[in-house]
Design a protein around this ligand. Structure first.
Ligand code: NAD
Length: 371
C-alpha cells in the first residue's frame, strides 16, 4: 500500500505531514512511503532526510500512485482534482469551515478522515492533532508576547537597580493556555490564568501561576466549555477587566467547539490597560477573544498592541510537523494490517474521524451542514 505525502500548497503553510521516524514505522507495517520533492523544505527537512521514502518529482505523479494521502491543510480544488476515486485522505480538513470541500470529497467517493473529529478520549490522545498543535501555538504565544513587550519578563537584580517582573495573564487554560502559562513562567514572568472550567484551577496552579477566580462555572460536554449566558458574559467582562488592567501581556485562547470565539475583551477593557501592554489573541482563527482583534493583523489601540496571528503552529514548523506526523501515524497504524488498508469502521475513533466514505457524508452534524 502506498502512503503519499504532498508538499503543502496553502499560503504560508510550512508544516509537512511526515517525519523520518514515521517512514520506518510505516515500512514495518508493509506500507511504502512516497514524498513529493521539496515537501519538507519549509520545515527544514530536505528530501534526503526522508530516509526510506521514495521522492516523487511532482504532485501529479505523487497523487497518481497514492492509495492513502496524508496532509496538513485541507486540499485545494486542484488537489481534489488530483485525488483518484476511492483514495483515502487523512488531514486537518476543517469540515465546519469548508463545507464545499466535504461535498467535493463525497462526490469523488474519497474516504476522508478529519483529524479534528477524533473523539477526545484517553486512547486517542496520541492521535490528537488539536492538542499537539495547540501546545505549539501556546508556547509561541508566550514567546511573541515577550518579544513585543517593552519590558523584561523576569525579575532582574542588577547594578542599575532591581527590575520588577512582568505580569502575564492567560485567559482560557486549555492545551494552548497551559503551555502559554508554562512558557511565560519559564521566562520569569508572574503569571495568572483564568478559565470557566473549574478543573483548570489545579492545572494552572501546578504550573506556578495564580488562578483568577470569578465564580462562573461553565463545563460543557466532552470536557469542553459551554457558551456563557448574557448575564455571565457581562459579569465575566466586568470582573476580568480589573485584573487585565494590571497585565503587561494578555494571552487569550478561549474557544467553544463549533462556535465563534467568545468575546471576552471589549474595547473598554483594552482602554483600561497600560500603555505598552500587549494582547496576543490566539483565538484569532475563530474571530478572536477581543472585539478589536483583526485576525491576521497587528494593530495598536491607545498604546496597546493587539497581535492576532493565524496558523501559529506553522511558525514552529520543525516540531509542529514532527508532532503532527506522529499523531497521523498513531491514527493510521491500527488500520494497516499485513500491508493492507483494513479499517475497523466499528472502532469509535475511526468512525468518529470518518468524514466521507462510499459517496456519503458519514458525520451527522456535518451532513446537516452540507446537505
Ligand atoms: P479549546 O481550544 O476548545 O478551548 C480553550 C479553553 O478556553 C478551554 O479550556 C475552555 O474551557 C476555555 N474557555 C471557553 N470559553 C471561555 C470563556 N468564556 N472564558 C474563559 N475560558 C473559556 O479547548 P482545548 O484546549 O482543546 O481542550 C479543552 C479540554 O479538553 C482540556 O481539559 C483538555 O485537557 C481536554 N482534552 C482532552 C483530550 C483527550 O482526552 N484526548 C485531548 C485534548 C484535550
Amino acid at each position: 500500500i502506498k502512503v503519499a505525502v504532498p508538499r503543502e500548497t496553502a499560503e504560508g503553510e510550512r508544516r509537512v505531514a511526515m517525519e523520518s521516524s514515521v517512514i520506518a514505522k510505516l515500512g514495518k507495517l508493509g506500507a511504502e512511503v512516497l514524498v513529493e520533492a521539496g515537501a519538507g523544505s519549509a520545515a527544514h527537512i530536505p528530501d534526503a532526510a526522508f530516509t526510506g521514502a521514495t521522492i516523487v518529482p511532482s504532485a501529479a505523479e505523487l497523487y497518481q500512485q497514492a492509495d492513502i494521502v496524508l496532509k496538513v491543510q485541507p486540499p485545494s480544488a486542484e488537489e481534489i482534482a488530483l485525488l483518484k476515486e476511492g483514495d483515502v485522505l487523512i488531514g486537518s480538513l476543517q469540515p465546519y469551515k469548508f463545507p464545499e470541500l466535504v461535498a467535493a470529497l463525497k462526490a469523488k467517493n474519497i474516504t476522508a478522515y478529519a483529524m479534528e473529529l477524533i473523539p477526545r478520549i484517553s486512547r486517542a490522545q496520541a492521535m490528537d492533532v488539536l492538542s499537539s498543535q495547540a501546545a505549539v501555538a501556546g508556547y509561541k504565544a508566550a514567546i511573541m508576547g515577550s518579544d513585543l513587550c517593552p519590558r523584561f519578563f523576569p525579575m532582574l537584580t542588577t547594578a542599575a537597580g532591581t527590575i520588577r517582573p512582568s505580569k502575564v495573564i492567560v485567559i482560557g487554560a486549555g492545551v494552548a493556555g497551559l503551555q502559554a502559562i508554562a512558557t511565560a513562567r519559564r521566562l520569569g514572568a508572574v503569571v495568572e490564568g483564568y478559565d470557566v472550567r473549574s478543573a483548570t484551577k489545579e492545572q494552572v496552579q501546578s504550573l506556578g501561576a495564580k488562578f483568577i477566580e470569578l465564580g462562573i462555572k461553565a463545563e460543557g460536554a466532552g470536557g469542553y466549555a459551554r457558551e456563557l449566558t448574557a448575564e455571565e458574559k457581562q459579569q465575566q467582562q466586568d470582573e476580568l477587566a480589573k485584573h487585565i488592567a494590571t497585565a503587561d501581556v494578555l494571552i487569550t485562547t478561549a474557544a467553544v467547539p463549533g462556535r465563534p470565539s467568545p468575546k471576552i475583551i471589549p474595547e473598554s477593557t483594552v482602554d483600561g490597560m497600560k500603555s505598552g501592554a500587549i494582547i496576543i489573541d490566539l483565538a484569532a482563527e475563530g474571530g478572536g477573544n477581543c472585539t478589536l482583534t483583526q485576525p491576521g493583523q497587528t494593530i495598536v489601540h491607545n498604546g496597546v498592541t493587539i497581535h492576532a496571528p493565524l496558523n501559529v503552529p506553522s511558525q514552529v514548523p520543525v516540531h509542529a510537523s514532527e508532532m503532527y506526523a506522529k499523531n497521523l501515524f498513531n491514527f493510521l497504524s491500527p488500520m494497516l494490517k499485513d500491508g493492507q488498508y483494513q479499517p475497523d469502521f466499528e472502532d469509535e475513533v475511526i468512525a468518529g474521524a470518518l468524514l466521507t466514505h462510499g459517496g456519503k457524508i458519514m458525520n451527522e452534524s456535518i451532513r446537516q451542514l452540507v446537505e
